[in-house]
Design a protein around this ligand. Structure first.
Ligand SMILES: [Zn+2]
Ligand SMILES: [Zn+2]
Length: 360
């Protein structure tokens, strides 16, 4: 079928809307008409080096229009959130940890299916896609059935897409991995969409102190509005001192969403004994460094991909929390028509919006 997609013609170039051909879904795939799709930092990161021409986008939601011959559990007409792909067969997938699938890169970042084919083409030549199981900067997507999660029809589909990545990443780090105790203290570095999702999850988990650290005063205001007990402007002084005033014995849990070396070190150093630091952001720094003696007091540092969630289990729970008014991430969203994808990207880059969502 003929679809409209935002094509990346060369690394770092703006997206251009083009007509592409989309093949029929394979036996284990589904065809989804995209309702809306979030713009995530990972899209912007990969736009710098993903093999082109390509279609990115990985926070899509929509309606299933066709299912492959072997697909069960998802039916035509279902509303779905789309999440990352996984092989379903390796020990990590079978153990309930598909975010650490042995074939994660091959099924999410190769631009093709594992057999080398692409569902996308232009004038008969393949176009790279299958990005994080979807490539949803497009009116329609062919996705592996394993990567889609049916959601209740009462839920606004325009909110659902980022649950598959950004919102799920922040919330999953807290609720699936770090699991702070009731009454504990938690600090989040970076109050973007992922950070605020972590803050909301920390409130839902019963943390007594939830501090947000950012350089952007507007983002701190939003974080406080949505549940952070403290906002720390990182240019207002040494963040270590400002945070020590909030948690004099150190934080129980710290989460870094920035991927910056100086911030990562601070995240470790503000922990109390037995404190745990979750590293969930991809940022500009290649390495993390700290005095090794600073972790002798039982501190640990854990990297976390995708909130280590099993999307079919975690997303419905998170959507229930949202429906109950306890995970109000919709207040982070600014909507743009799909045609304004480059304006949305610019707004994300400038930190002007919490989460940009493109609508069709
Ligand atoms: Zn696997
Ligand atoms: Zn993402």
């Amino acid at each position: 079928m003929r679809i409209t997609a935002a094509v990346l013609e060369s690394a770092g170039a703006p997206f251009t809307l083009q007509q592409l051909d989309l093949a029929e879904p394979g036996p284990d795939e589904v065809l989804v008409r995209v309702d809306s799709v979030g713009v995530c930092g990972t899209d912007l990161e990969f736009a710098n080096f993903f093999p082109t021409p390509a279609v990115l986008g990985h926070e899509g939601s929509g309606v299933v229009e066709q299912v492959g011959a072997r697909v069960t559990g998802v039916a035509v007409g279902d509303h779905v959130a789309m999440s990352f792909a996984s092989c379903g067969e390796c020990p990590l997938c079978l153990g309930g940890n598909p975010a650490y699938c042995r074939r994660f890169d091959a099924v999410n970042f190769a631009g093709r299916r594992p057999d080398g084919s692409s569902a996308l083409s232009r004038d008969g030549a393949p176009v790279n896609g299958h990005f994080l199981g979807q490539s949803s900067f497009a009116t329609h997507v062919v996705a592996p059935a394993r990567a889609v999660v049916p959601v209740a029809k009462e839920i606004d589909l325009r909110v659902v897409g980022p649950f598959g990545c950004g919102f799920g990443t922040g919330a999953g780090a807290v609720l699936n991995v770090l699991r702070p105790e009731v009454g504990s203290s938690l600090v989040v570095f970076g109050a973007g969409a992922v950070g605020v999702a972590a803050i909301l999850a920390a409130r839902a988990a019963g943390c007594a102190v939830v501090a947000a650290v950012d350089v952007n005063a507007g983002k701190l205001d939003t974080a406080r509005l949505l549940g952070a007990t403290h906002g720390v402007h990182s240019a207002a002084g040494d963040p270590r001192e400002l945070l020590a005033a909030i948690a004099p014995h150190g934080f129980d849990v710290a989460i870094d969403t920035t991927g910056r070396e100086d911030v990562l070190r601070t995240a470790v150093e503000v922990l109390g004994p037995l404190g745990r630091c979750g590293v969930i952001g991809v940022g500009p720094s290649e390495r993390m460094s700290f005095d090794w003696r600073s972790i002798l007091n039982g501190r640990t540092v854990t990297g976390i991909i995708g909130g280590n969630s099993l999307p079919q289990v975690f997303l419905p729970k998170l959507l229930d929390l949202h429906a109950a008014g306890r995970f109000p991430v919709d207040r982070l969203i600014t909507y743009f028509p799909f045609e304004q994808i480059n304006e949305a990207v610019a707004a994300v880059r400038a930190g002007e919006v919490g989460k940009a969502v493109l609508t069709f």
